[in-house]
Structure formats: C-alpha cells, structure tokens
Design a protein. Structure first.
Length: 263
C-alpha cells in the first residue's frame, strides 16, 4: 500500500512536468513555424523591394535618356529655328530688293510709255488717239499702283507687237481730218508705215511730217496718174479690186520712238 502511494505521488509530481514540456515543445514548434513564415515573408519583401529598386533605376535610366534626347532635340530645333530665322530675314531682304527693283522697272516702263505717246501723237497719222490711249492707260495704271512690273511688261510688249504689225499690213479707214485748216470726213489710206494718203472725196493729199507730226500737205501736187493709182490701191486694200502692181509716190520716213521724232 505504501509502495502504491509512493508511485502515485511520484506520478502526480512527474505528470505536470511532462505535460509542461509537451506544451513547450508545441510552442517552440509554433514559434519555429512563425519564424520560418516570417523569414519567407521577409525574403519576399526583400525580393519585391529589390525588384522595385531595379525597375525604378531602369525607369530613371530611361527617363534620363529621354531627357537627354529631348534636350538634344530641343537644341537641334533651336538651331534650325535660328537657320530659318536667318533664311526668313534674307528672304524678306530679297523680296524688298525685288520689290524696289520692280518699282524702278515699272517707273522706267511708265517713262517709256510717255515717250511712246509723244511719238505716236507726232508719228504716223493713223488712229493716234486709240494707240496713244493704250499706252496712256498703262502709264496711269502704273502710277496708281494697279499694274505690277510683270503685267506692265506684258502689256507694253503686246502693244509694241501690235505697233510692229502696222508695218506689215495696209488699211483704209474713215476719219475726221484737218485738211487745209478745215475738219473734213475723209478716208485715210495706210500702206504699212511708209505711205499715207487721205481722200476727202473731192481731192487727195499725201502726208508730210512737221514739228506737230504728220499732216495732209496740200502743197504737194499729185498728178492725175498718182491720184488714180492711190485710189486704185485703196480699192485693192478694201477688196474692191484685184491686186496688181502699181506705182505710188513714196517718201520713206522712219519713226524713232526714243526721241519721238522722225528722221
């Protein structure tokens, strides 16, 4: 009986110690698991942070390259802008120079127009007012700034071409002419630029040039044969008679546009 009590007493003493050790082992195991989990989480955090730092550095490197590239592009654009500004400045200077040259050229054309007008009014006795009006209109447009240099050049060239054609054709037109101090309805005959006659119906006269231009010269006495030939030439020009060779009393005079005088 005593032995049983001793064993029971010893068991009652040792059992709590064994249970406590078991609890401690369980707690240690739990703690180890937590430490393991913590280490794993810490490793993950460290990897995440390392990846973050790597991505950040990569991004910063890319941004730095972009920044450098942007600065280089900005510098290039600024240089190009500088070049363009110089080109614009030079172009503006050239345009201004061209405009001044055009203005000068236009003024010279206007002066030439006025000389031509004077030459026309003292030149061949054929549609003076119409021909002079063409160059006067151009001179007025130049003065008013309504005609550019190119337009003026085209117009004066066209006019001179029409004047040139006067030397290659012949015409008979009706005019009012001052004959011997009296204005009369008459027919003027033009053979190119070298022969001019006026037929009043009653008589026929040739033109001679003086200080006021060509005028019918009543002092020139034409023979009956001359008058017949001139009237026959007028009929041929108007298509009333067939062309044939005839003799005309011809006096050759050449118009000098530069001086407005004949020689």
């Amino acid at each position: 009986m005593l032995k049983f009590l001793v064993v029971l007493t010893l068991f009652s003493v040792l059992w709590p110690q064994k249970a406590e050790k078991q609890n401690i082992r369980i707690e240690i195991a739990d703690l180890k698991e937590k430490i393991k989990t913590t280490k794993e989480n810490l490793a993950k955090e460290e990897k995440f942070y390392a990846d973050f730092i790597q991505e950040k550095n990569l991004l910063l490197s890319q941004k730095e390259k972009e920044k450098k590239s942007l600065f280089e592009e900005t510098d290039r654009v600024e240089k190009e802008i500088g070049i363009y500004k110089n080109q614009v400045k030079e172009t503006a200077w050239r345009i201004d120079r061209i405009k001044k040259d055009e203005d000068f050229f236009n003024r010279q054309i206007r002066v030439f127009c006025l000389k031509i007008k004077d030459a026309i009014m003292t030149g061949i006795p054929f549609e003076r007012d119409r021909r002079a009006g063409n160059v006067t209109s151009l001179a007025d447009d130049i003065e008013a700034g309504k005609s550019t240099a190119m337009e003026s050049l085209n117009r004066i060239v066209a006019f001179l071409s029409s004047e040139e054609l006067l030397g290659y054709d012949s015409q008979v037109i009706q005019i009012i002419e001052n004959i011997n101090g009296e204005k009369q309805n008459a027919m003027i005959f033009r053979l190119g630029r070298i022969f001019f006659a006026v037929d009043s119906g009653n008589d026929l006269f040739l033109y001679t040039s003086g200080k006021n231009g060509y005028i019918p010269d009543v002092s020139i006495k034409l023979t009956a044969g001359d008058k017949r030939n001139i009237r026959q030439a007028m009929d041929m020009v108007q298509g009333k008679k067939a062309p044939e060779i005839i003799e005309l009393p011809l006096f050759l005079e050449v118009l000098n546009y530069d001086s407005g005088r004949q020689k």
